[in-house]
Ligand binder design. Structure first.
Ligand SMILES: Cc1ncc(COP(=O)(O)O)c(C=O)c1O
Length: 411
């Protein structure tokens, strides 16, 4: 090796070689070192079904080791796609086939597969304000211009979306995609009522906009099943429904799917250059789903998260009520708190950190956090999924102290 090998390729050189998109993106979020983490939207660790998955892996390898351990194709293991299609048919009242399902490495990859297939430099993608930052990053990385459409407590507002889409049409640059989470939105927790789903499907059809229906939290239904999916309402046309086993089984699996009409699925598969997701994991997951353990497991998760949602909502009312208001979510992992006027989310986050509690300021969930309106400076996202009720209560009482402190210093 030559003497100068340690000084070769310094950071500045690497910086100069980066793709332009890298400079446009916000950093990824990470786990907090603080004692009470109400920031990371992660499932409860104790419920991860390790024994069930190990047994399922054993059965998968015993049944077909060669199939499990060699390339499985870009669309993924057909019997798992058939299982997903059957469930989709049953829930949505449509006749969905395995050809309409493609398996991805997590729904995050599913969104990227969609972006790779439909988004070019300057193309318009409409998202809710607020929305999932991972989606903003993914679309931006592919060159999208993100346009926001406001949400209220019930999710995306159809009349506001109509204005956004009309404006795009008038400027001659129509939107291509609408990214939406109709169930248990991250971060707002909102569940879109059926009339809004219908109105949004109709609007998007009228404007030729494809809907990306991100269903990451579907299954974590804490007050009964949600309304029909946008995919079902649209009769399976013009919607890409992205689902995942991350929240109902394990985030570490990286097994997820997109359901859509066959022409779209074929294009999504065409734009895959990763030799497909893991055939071993697809077989393991299917064995687990068929074992009879999956349904009771998800039922158990619902009970666990319901208890945490209710305990955290009670604690918020007890310790934080004068400073925050919120609507209790019907599912998912999050409370989306509205701060009393005069309280700033970043100041509250810093005060909470001093109390040992990590929370997320609302500003991270907006595509244009610097705008005068719709910037999330009056919001905090608080995760209730990861801690048991006693710890949640302690964390929220500390959070209440932080709010009190900020309120008294801004009086
Ligand atoms: C709204 C939303 N979509 C997608 C994802 C990605 O999930 P995964 O890639 O694990 O399926 C997340 C993860 O937290 C999420 O909150």
């Amino acid at each position: 090796m030559s003497d100068d090998s340690e000084s070769a390729f310094p950071a500045a050189t690497i910086e100069a070689l980066l793709a332009p998109a890298v400079g446009r993106l916000a950093p990824n979020t990470s786990l907090s070192p603080l004692p009470y983490d109400l920031n990371a939207g992660v499932p409860d660790r104790a419920t991860l079904p390790a024994a069930g998955l190990l047994a399922a892996m054993q059965r998968a390898l015993d049944a077909d080791a060669a199939g499990a351990l060699t390339y499985g194709g870009q669309q993924g293991y057909e019997p798992l796609r058939a299982w997903i299609a059957a469930r989709e048919s049953q829930e949505g009242g449509l006749d969905v086939t395995s050809a309409q399902v493609t398996l991805t490495s997590g729904s995050a990859h599913g969104i990227d597969n969609i972006a790779a297939t439909f988004v070019g430099e300057g193309d318009i993608v409409v998202v809710g304000a607020p929305t999932y930052p991972g989606a903003i990053r993914t679309f931006r990385a592919r060159g999208a211009t993100i346009i926001e459409s406001p949400q209220d407590d019930d999710g995306l507002i159809p009349s506001a979306l109509a204005r956004v889409l009309d404006t795009r049409r008038m400027t001659g640059q129509q939107a291509k995609l609408l990214y939406i989470q109709p169930n248990y939105d991250n971060p707002s927790g909102a569940t879109l009522p059926v009339e809004r789903r219908e109105a949004i499907v109709a609007l998007c059809r009228q404007h030729g906009v494809l809907i990306v229906e991100d269903d990451a939290y579907t299954g974590i239904d804490l007050d009964g099943p949600p309304p029909p999916s946008m995919f079902a309402i649209a009769g399976g046309r013009g919607v890409m429904r992205v689902g995942t086993f991350s929240k109902t089984v394990a985030t570490g699996l990286r097994v997820a799917w997109i359901t859509s009409q066959p022409e779209i699925v074929q294009k999504l598969v065409f734009m895959r250059f990763d030799n497909g997701a893991s055939p071993l994991l697809h077989r393991m997951v299917l064995e687990y789903l068929r074992s009879g353990e999956y349904e009771p497991h998800v039922e158990g998760l619902r009970d666990l998260y319901r208890e945490r949602r209710d305990a955290s909502a009670d604690a918020l009312r007890e310790f934080c009520e004068p400073y925050v208001t919120f609507k209790t979510p019907r599912g998912g992992f999050f409370h989306w708190l509205k701060l009393r006027p005069g309280l700033d989310a970043r100041t509250v986050q810093a005060a909470a950190a001093e109390q040992g509690v990590a929370v997320t300021p609302g500003t991270g969930y907006f595509a244009t956090p610097d705008s005068a309106e719709l910037n999330g400076a009056d919001r905090i996202r608080l995760v209730f999924s990861a801690l048991p009720p006693e710890e949640l209560r302690e964390a929220i009482s500390r959070f209440g102290r932080a709010l009190e402190q900020v309120a008294s210093s801004t009086r």
